[in-house]
Design a protein around this ligand. Structure first.
Ligand SMILES: [Zn+2]
Length: 110
């Protein structure tokens, strides 16, 4: 059940995330969920790494990430070039995608 991969996400968002995951899996993209809910401390640690140039992916400052409110998740696909197609699907579903800058990031609208 892909829904269990999204523990920590707000409940209303879980079916959408699970649908995206299952669609990517069905297309053979081997999706992997790499981050869901983060505490403010988690986010502060990521922000610090990003500020020091130690992270390939961007991070929002603590208090500013939707991960801290259960409104975002990170998911990789293989090959990574197809992340844009998954991002477009998420956007068609009404969500926001991190784009080329943060291709693993999917979040709720608003
Ligand atoms: Zn993210």
């Amino acid at each position: 059940m892909s829904a269990t991969l999204f523990r920590g996400l707000v409940p209303w968002l879980v079916p959408y995330a699970a649908y995206l995951f299952d669609t990517a899996a069905g297309a053979g993209l081997r999706p992997r969920v790499t981050s869901v809910f983060r505490t403010r401390q988690d986010q502060a640690r990521l922000w610090d790494r990003y500020q020091r140039g130690l992270s390939r992916l961007p991070a929002a400052p603590p208090g500013r990430s939707k991960h801290e409110r259960g409104l975002a998740f990170d998911m990789t696909v293989q090959p990574p070039e197809l992340a844009a197609a998954v991002g477009r699907l998420w956007q068609q579903m009404g969500g926001r995608w991190g784009g080329q800058r943060d291709p693993v990031h999917f979040e709720a609208p608003g």
